[in-house]
Design a protein around this ligand. Structure first.
Ligand SMILES: [Zn+2]
Length: 451
């Protein structure tokens, strides 16, 4: 058998497998929604029916006929809305007080990529349980634990949000670390967390490497070092990333860096603390998304002074009409992370949605917070053509809560129901993810195997 005959046989087999898996997934579900929110318009309609066929939404409306044989899910006492987005987090990094003294420089030395990938899978499940169906996971994920998690979820090995991973963060020499000569030269330790890319050739190569290993977005350290990236460097990165369908986020921590990122026309700026009102004005004009990573002041994190500044910055960005996303930069754990009432540990999902505290302190209206948590999140993650809004043809990702998040955003803190890709993950406030776990067939989203 020639190589080519072998290849076509494999292709035929792959087609058969994908047809088979499609045939198995055409179950029909009818959801009775007491109230259905459209975050795009900030409006809600009562007594809607959502028909789901397999993984996708088939129809939405008040006067639909329930197809024969459909499984009916009664959410008539709840408010149904699209899933939530954290536009900047790190699922495969958890630095702790013990043993790392909150220093992630040590986490990456002490914890292997496989261990961190499993932590990421657990964090993904916790986030999905709190209603987060899309996550932008932007680096500090060991040696591609983030892209492996995306693949595992897409292939159907386990439940989790849709992951938009960046792969390894690309930075000019040193990234955010100060590696020793031994680490820097041999790259055995430093390499997993940052790719050092200084020259244009190195920038291009680093981006191609991340995309080859499964990145769906690219993250650059714009100004982590005094030698950072120039406007031309950033423009080059944007152009190269576009070849692989990726948008670029710039980690920004200085006013100069922010200006360079804006001048280059970057897609997302990560971290809002170095941005001035003038930067906000320019970002609004250019439509640059802000993933401000707006940490609230809680008993387990932050200070009052930092919080006041964060709130003021977020408020100014909102007033200037910057496209805001909800983002956390969550990557830590400590022993104060307990629920005041129950004394139980808080999940990564509960602590993620707790970032609402900052948005409320900035007095941003609930419907605008919801817009940031949904529509702008889908746009920043670049998934809005495929998933997000509850509209026919899109993947069936949706959640339900008691109360009305359009007037009381805190209603989002207790998610009762979660559906992802047409499968029920949580019902009556209890996770029921069994259906997500199976030994095969491996799901191939586009009908063929890709990384
Ligand atoms: Zn971050």
């Amino acid at each position: 058998m020639s190589k080519f005959a072998g290849l076509s046989l494999i292709l035929v087999l792959l087609c058969v497998v994908s047809v088979t898996s499609m045939a198995q997934s055409t179950s029909i579900i009818a959801i009775k929604a007491g109230r259905l929110i459209d975050p795009e318009t900030g409006s809600a309609s009562n007594n809607q029916l959502i028909i789901i066929e397999g993984e996708r939404i088939k129809a939405v409306g008040a006067n639909l006929t329930i197809p024969a044989g459909a499984t009916i899910i009664d959410l008539s006492k709840l408010t149904v809305l699209p899933g939530l987005v954290d536009a900047h987090t790190h699922m495969a990094l958890t630095y702790k007080e013990k043993p790392e003294n909150n220093y992630y420089y040590l986490t990456y030395v002490m914890e292997s990529t496989p261990l961190r990938a499993i932590q990421a899978a657990s964090n993904g499940i916790q986030l999905l349980s709190s209603g987060f169906t899309v996550i932008r996971d932007v680096g500090n994920n060991a040696l591609y634990a983030d892209t492996a998690l995306r693949q595992a979820i897409e292939q159907g090995w386990l439940p989790g949000p849709t992951v938009i991973p960046s792969g390894t963060i690309i930075g000019s020499t040193g990234g955010q670390f100060w590696p020793t000569p031994e680490m820097y030269k041999q790259h055995n330790n430093n390499f997993p967390e940052y790719i050092d890319a200084d020259s244009p050739d190195e920038i291009v190569k680093a981006i191609r490497q991340n995309m080859l290993f499964g990145a769906r977005t690219i993250k650059l350290c714009i100004d982590c070092k005094p030698w950072g990236y120039s406007v031309d460097d950033i423009k080059l990165a944007i152009k190269e990333a576009a070849k692989g369908g990726c948008k670029v986020e710039g980690h920004v921590q200085t006013a100069d860096g922010a200006q360079r990122a804006i001048d280059a026309g970057i897609y997302i700026i990560g971290h809002g603390n170095a941005l001035t009102p003038e930067h906000h004005r320019q970002m609004a004009e250019k439509g640059i998304f802000l993933a401000g990573t707006d940490t609230p002041f809680t008993k387990y994190r932050g200070t009052e002074t930092a919080f006041k500044q964060t709130v003021a910055n977020l408020r100014d960005a909102w007033e200037k009409k910057v496209p805001l996303t909800f983002s956390t930069d969550f990557d830590y754990w400590n022993e104060r992370m307990k629920d005041d009432k129950t004394g139980e540990w808080l999940t990564r999902g509960q602590m993620t949605i707790a970032f609402l505290d900052t948005w409320k302190a900035a007095k941003i209206p609930a419907r605008d917070i919801l817009y940031a948590l949904t529509i702008n999140g889908y746009k920043a993650a670049d998934v809005i053509k495929e998933r997000g809004p509850i509209k026919p043809g899109l993947f069936a990702d949706l959640i339900a809560v008691s109360g009305d998040p359009l007037t009381d955003i805190d209603a989002l803190r207790e998610v009762q129901f979660v559906m992802k890709n047409g499968m029920v993950f949580k019902k009556d406030g209890v996770m029921t993810p069994e259906k997500f776990f199976n030994p095969g067939p491996v799901r191939m989203p586009n009908g063929r195997w890709t990384r």
